[in-house]
Design a protein around this ligand. Sequence first.
Ligand SMILES: *[C@@H]1O[C@H](CO)[C@@H](O)[C@H](O)[C@H]1NC(C)=O
Ligand SMILES: *[C@@H]1O[C@H](CO)[C@@H](O)[C@H](O)[C@H]1NC(C)=O
Ligand SMILES: *[C@@H]1O[C@H](CO)[C@@H](O)[C@H](O)[C@H]1NC(C)=O
Ligand SMILES: *[C@@H]1O[C@H](CO)[C@@H](O)[C@H](O)[C@H]1NC(C)=O
Ligand SMILES: *[C@@H]1O[C@H](CO)[C@@H](O)[C@H](O)[C@H]1NC(C)=O
Ligand SMILES: *[C@@H]1O[C@H](CO)[C@@H](O)[C@H](O)[C@H]1NC(C)=O
Ligand SMILES: *[C@@H]1O[C@H](CO)[C@@H](O)[C@H](O)[C@H]1NC(C)=O
Ligand SMILES: *[C@@H]1O[C@H](CO)[C@@H](O)[C@H](O)[C@H]1NC(C)=O
Length: 558
Amino acid sequence: MRQHIALIALLGGIPVALGIWPIPRSLETGTSALKLAPDFTIELNVHNPPADLSAAVSRSANYIKTDKLEQLVVGRGASNSSAVSRAPQLKSLTLSLEPGSTVHSIMDEAIKEIGTRSEEYKLDVPASGESATLTANSTLGLLRGLTTFEQLWYDLSGDTYTIQAPISVIDTPAYPFRGFMLDTARNFFNVSDIKRTLDAMSWVKISQFHWHVVDSQSFPLQIPGFMEVSQKGAYSSSMVYTPEDVQDIVQYAGERGIDVMVEIDIPGHTSVFSESHPDFVACAEASPWATFASEPPAGQLRFASATVKNFTAGLLTEVAKMFPSSIMSTGGDELNTECYAQDPETQATLKETGQDLQQALSVFMQAAQGALQTQGKTPAVWEEMVLDNNVTLSNDTVVLVWISSMDAAAVAAKNFRIVHAPSDYFYLDCGAGEWVGDDPEANSWCDPFKTWQKSYTFDPLANLTEAQTSLVLGGEQLLWTEQSSPANLDPIVWPRAASSAEVFWTGATLPGGEPRNGTEALPRLHDVAFRMAQRGIRAIPLQPLWCALRPGKCNVDS
Ligand SMILES: *[C@@H]1O[C@H](CO)[C@@H](O)[C@H](O)[C@H]1NC(C)=O
Ligand SMILES: *[C@@H]1O[C@H](CO)[C@@H](O)[C@H](O)[C@H]1NC(C)=O
Ligand SMILES: *[C@@H]1O[C@H](CO)[C@@H](O)[C@H](O)[C@H]1NC(C)=O
Ligand SMILES: *[C@@H]1O[C@H](CO)[C@@H](O)[C@H](O)[C@H]1NC(C)=O
Ligand SMILES: *[C@@H]1O[C@H](CO)[C@@H](O)[C@H](O)[C@H]1NC(C)=O
Ligand SMILES: *[C@@H]1O[C@H](CO)[C@@H](O)[C@H](O)[C@H]1NC(C)=O
Ligand SMILES: *[C@@H]1O[C@H](CO)[C@@H](O)[C@H](O)[C@H]1NC(C)=O
Ligand SMILES: *[C@@H]1O[C@H](CO)[C@@H](O)[C@H](O)[C@H]1NC(C)=O
């Protein structure tokens, strides 16, 4: 008997031992046991395979050996032991590219312009023990398929098995931009913390690392030609990302199918430039900070100044050269106008040039975006740049919606492409209380805590017209790190950030057109969390183990 996953959900059946996340476009499973032969191998039927594809195959083979994840059911699979012991043995999985495909490295495929990447794949695992096959049009598609293959297997007394053979998957994502954002400026994360996060991201097919690398508090990014900024602005000489570190991270990400969008947030959130270039920053560390900034320390670039504009364009040009991605962000959130109203230098410049603040901002943004475009980048900004300001932006600008999910429609009305990053669904830091000192009664500004269930209900097309749907590139979950460090990175992110990974892989609905179903998703997300834990990520439990082993039993109405 073969059944479609959508039918399982509709018929109210409990999905046993099906840990695939995100859910594929099409999935057919059977009810036979199949186990891996002791000498199981992954064969790469690709001429001159790129090194990162061979490495991905080795990683997969290794995960399949070492995951040792037991089924999340009472007895942990013991009731299947006789079926498993009699099961046919799968000797190999064969990977090949469709005839006519050109062979590029996974990284080269992953950093292609958004919307031109090929992530689709087909995976077939016969029940008989005959070789399984994985085909794709690109090495990136093969990587996505390998990731799915890894999720099929459980351990029972040393046997690596499934009880759902045959398995047939045809898969492709709904949206190309499936992201995770990490802020490395409020608190520092070293290269190995970031790599560990990239690994976990790749396991749920996240395609985009949005690196909010610098902010008012610290400037850890070393930029050739602009070394003084990090020399003076990093928390310490060891809390920096050298150009070699950046290359290492970008390469590590690319090999795992992840593109890195770096963000240099300007002209707000730039107090730190006052350490190296005091003349460039208005209201630096002004008090009370709340008058001049959303959080301490205050300080914003004097963007009306020609010198500052030229400096910024030069800096952005050098950053652009460090990152091979075709997309780069100049931020642009939370610009405080009082800071400039009280800044004699800015007022004098505006008077001299006969500009108002908005006109000067427009000129500055054109210089900033011009620098990016000269380097071949598509520019990205936070939503305020199009919703709260009257500045001329390049029409290919990608806009990240963060303040509220309800702002997406206004951005679409201006015909800009959208990445959903709304605080009311996707901010991972909300609900942890106030961090500003001397304020014991306050809560976080974006209370409450955003559970995976809340994130999972997000509708990428809410309130958009049919014609506007093509403006949606995808979305991301975000970790702002005022109260995070390597100490709580894994627990605060995982498995919650897998939630949007499925939303943006599957799209507005499940593949069959039914609404996404958190009840159906929960056992699979438990699987994600437990598999991550087996691989060294300190993912947190979503429920008591009792519930994880009894799908459905802890629902509100059961
Ligand atoms: C969600 O899935 C559960 C379990 O499969 C099922 O009982 C329920 O009816 C589904 N809900 C919707 C709205 O489809
Ligand atoms: C595995 O065990 C479950 C629970 O007892 C059972 O429903 C299923 O049919 C078994 N599958 C196989 C292949 O033995
Ligand atoms: C390869 O691309 C073609 C054309 O888009 C598509 O029909 C086919 O299904 C793809 N193959 C795989 C294995 O995804
Ligand atoms: C990076 O940070 C982690 C966790 O804080 C620590 O265990 C590790 O030693 C650090 N690695 C390096 C290279 O500094
Ligand atoms: C502009 O900045 C560059 C460095 O990026 C510097 O070499 C040049 O002198 C500056 N030009 C002006 C007019 O300030
Ligand atoms: C926006 O800027 C344009 C060009 O500078 C100007 O013509 C227009 O009046 C401005 N609109 C508002 C609402 O300020
Ligand atoms: C952006 O503007 C260019 C040049 O004016 C035009 O060719 C292109 O079609 C526009 N793109 C979009 C997405 O509107
Ligand atoms: C969509 O519009 C409705 C009605 O105006 C509103 O209640 C809802 O919050 C909106 N949702 C989003 C995501 O914009």
